[in-house]
Ligand binder design. Structure first.
Ligand code: AMP
Ligand code: ZN
Length: 479
């Protein structure tokens, strides 16, 4: 089968469109990254995972060296100033510490490193340059140490979010300020007090507004116009609308990015998971504490749980979804344990096709299930049966792994997976292995009492033993 055409739902046009990169040898994607003042929550994990799948798919379709993925780090923001002050540490200490945990979190979720992760504080010169252009072209004005974007100066402002003026006013939670000409005008630059971070500029010592940061960083790393811009659905307005206004007006272009993609929310009882509502679970606590279901969870479990829902649909957060995802991964990894994997194998065409159709990960995962477990008689399973695949054979297993990797799944070895599950359950794998060896030695010398005693000791730790016909003993954690 030839390579499938990639189709993407474009928020700009509200339709699914065929993806045509500006330059197939240099496909460019920008995704808004974290504001590094506190641990990221699992709602924030959703765009990280979704756009990682897209990055993997683009690399597969266009070649890894032909895709640039930029995800920024917002390290200048009033929330950062407030938190650093509260904790009595410097802003740089806070942002470095938070960013370090963030990088560990995304790695644990199985995300590839983006091509560039620019920091806002390292792009102040580009922000100032854009603001100067906007003033020169009559799209911005300086007033009282501030610089504001003059919204009525842009004819098609609101094109992305398609909101009425009233809705925009409500959504932007606009501040009424004496230096503003229009209610909708937003801040590009604002003055900093002595104790606030600031940079010298033509408008005095100050700091950038949030939106200008992404216009500057995408410009610096991807150019005036690029292919894909992504983020969560809450960013459509005002953040992305304002990024478009700044970049298009500064560079005299009609478009900033050709395709705008937005993931739906991870919800808790029907409400968006967010810091402000206080209904959040951090990625860090899910991975490293026993607060949820009494145990730690491997990052891959959260990843699979998320990808079982299409990225534009909302997801309700439950521990049950994690349990189900873990069971699936356990089954997949245990089947792989029996075969050798060829890392140069090609992914399955039907899965590739599902992913190319606006990232239909639920369908892709259902096909993957069929490859591992072809017993449900679906049309796809019948096609597998015709091809004579058997997951116990190296060819089929290698293809299954190559396919799963397109979604960043099954990237560990079965042994690594088992170790992470065992450690998540609070069991030390080395201790278990040595007890199993001691028991085997006891059995070899027909010391049945000792063998039973060790079996009971392991059972008390939640470990179930399986004695095989060939004399070997394997073990797993009781669920
Ligand atoms: P923030 O730190 O709030 O700017 O969010 C960082 C990224 O996470 C943005 O792309 C947001 O749209 C996204 N995001 C925040 N909360 C959620 C959520 N509950 N579900 C899905 N995405 C979210
Ligand atoms: Zn942004």
């Amino acid at each position: 089968m030839s390579t499938p055409a990639l189709k993407i739902y474009n928020t700009l046009t509200r339709t699914k469109e065929e993806f045509r990169p500006i330059d197939p040898a240099h496909v460019r994607m920008y995704v808004c990254g974290p504001t590094v003042y506190d641990y990221a929550h699992i709602g924030n994990a959703r765009p990280l995972i979704v756009f990682d799948v897209l990055f993997r798919l683009l690399r597969h379709l266009y070649g890894a060296e032909h895709v640039a993925y930029v995800r920024n780090i917002t390290d200048v923001d009033d929330k950062i100033n407030a938190r650093a002050f509260e904790r009595g540490i410097s802003i740089r200490e806070l942002t470095d510490e938070t960013n370090k945990v963030f990088q560990q979190d995304v790695k644990a979720l199985g995300c590839l490193e983006p091509t560039v992760q620019p920091r806002a504080t390292e792009h102040i010169a580009q922000m100032v340059a854009i603001i100067e252009r906007l003033i020169a072209s009559g799209h911005a004005y300086a007033a009282d140490g501030h610089v504001l974007f003059d919204v009525p100066s842009m004819q098609n402002y609101g094109r992305l979010s398609r909101r009425s003026l009233d809705e925009m006013l409500a959504g932007a939670r606009v501040d009424v300020a004496p230096y503003k000409r229009g209610d909708m005008d937003f801040v590009l630059w604002k003055p900093s007090k002595e104790n606030e971070p600031g940079w010298d500029s033509p408008w005095g010592r100050g700091r950038p507004g949030w939106h200008i940061e992404c216009s500057a960083m995408s410009w610096a790393h991807l150019g005036e116009t690029f292919d894909i811009h992504g983020g969560g659905i809450d960013l459509v307005f005002p953040h992305h609308e304002n990024e478009i206004a700044q970049s298009c007006c500064a560079f005299g272009r009609d478009v900033m990015a050709n395709y705008w993609m937005h993931n739906g929310f991870l919800q808790v009882e029907g409400e968006k998971m967010s810091k402000s509502l206080g209904n959040f679970v951090t990625i860090h606590e899910l991975l490293h504490t026993e607060k949820f279901g009494g145990r730690k969870w491997p990052g891959e479990v959260l990843r699979l749980a998320m990808l079982r829902t299409h990225y534009r649909q909302p997801i309700d957060w439950t521990v049950k979804a994690l349990e189900e995802a873990e069971k699936t991964l356990d089954r997949w990894y245990s089947l792989l344990d029996e075969t050798s994997i060829d890392l140069s194998a090609k992914p399955d065409d039907s899965v590739l096709e599902a992913l190319a159709d606006d990232l239909n990960t639920p369908l892709a995962i259902s096909h993957l299930h069929s490859i591992f477990w072809s017993s449900r008689g679906t049309e796809y399973e019948q096609s597998i049966a015709k091809r004579g695949w058997d997951i116990h054979d190296s060819d089929a297993a290698s293809m299954a792994v190559a396919t799963a990797k397109l979604m960043g799944l099954l990237t560990s070895s079965p042994a690594e997976w088992k170790r992470s599950v065992v450690e998540g359950a609070g069991v030390n794998a080395n201790v278990v292995s040595s007890l199993v060896s001691e028991r085997l030695a006891a059995r070899a010398s027909k010391n049945w009492a000792e063998s039973d005693r060790i079996r009971d000791e392991l059972a008390a730790m939640g470990i179930i033993l399986k004695d095989h016909k060939d004399g070997a003993t394997t073990w797993e954690v009781k669920r």
